[in-house]
Design a protein around this ligand. Structure first.
Ligand code: ZN
Length: 72
């Protein structure tokens, strides 16, 4: 019985997206939102909200640079 390989959901750590808040010069993480289509989070320093659409690439590629404190 060669089943399609599946990922055991109980053993996979929650995915996250590493980001760098360039204006505050601090690293942070975004976690999947409620609908699982976006990574959401806030700058730990200024609270700037971030929402990034989840895609096949970009998640593992490199740390995203986010310009928080957009009111500058
Ligand atoms: Zn910030």
């Amino acid at each position: 019985m060669e089943a399609v390989p599946h990922i055991p959901s109980g053993r996979v750590p929650k995915p996250f997206l590493g980001v760098y808040f360039s204006r505050c010069k601090i690293y942070g993480r975004l976690y999947p939102g409620r609908d699982d289509l976006y990574f959401v989070g806030n700058c730990p320093r200024c609270g700037f909200p971030v929402k990034i659409k989840r895609g096949k690439e970009g998640v593992k590629a490199h740390i995203l640079d986010i310009a928080c404190k957009s009111s500058h």
